[in-house]
Design a protein. Structure first.
Length: 128
């Protein structure tokens, strides 16, 4: 696996290099070893950055993302605190998915319905 510079990581992850440095400084990313004074990241950091960005898009706080990473380990099972956190967050995400699916149905109906007003459409799953 090839080591990546901070610029390469930022570009491939679609974030700013300053975000990578910040996430490292607060413990969301492991401290990267340095070679010649420059950070050298393993490609696995890209997966972690993807999880961070997705979690942020679902309104996870940085503290919640830290808890998420502390609970996910190859060496131990998740703690009760982590399991409670995950259970709560799963419920929130399921609600967001349901709302997104509803909006998807409304938009799809709007593209296919021939009614003059969306409220005239007869799809029983959509109440406008």
């Amino acid at each position: 696996m090839k080591d990546l510079s901070i610029g390469e990581v930022a570009t491939r992850a679609g974030v700013k290099a300053s975000a990578v440095r910040y996430y490292e400084s607060i413990g969301l990313l492991p401290v990267a070893p340095r070679r010649g004074g420059r950070r050298q990241y393993n490609e696995t950091v890209l997966t972690r950055l993807r999880i961070i960005e997705i979690a942020k898009s679902f309104d996870f706080t940085l503290e919640e993302i830290k808890l998420f990473f502390r609970g996910v380990s190859e060496r131990s099972s998740p703690s009760d605190v982590w399991r409670a956190f995950a259970d709560t967050k799963l419920k929130v995400i399921e609600e967001q998915i349901a709302r997104a699916q509803y909006l998807h149905r409304v938009l799809t109906l709007g593209l296919t319905c021939k009614c003059l007003k969306l409220s005239d459409c007869t799809d029983p799953q959509i109440k406008v």
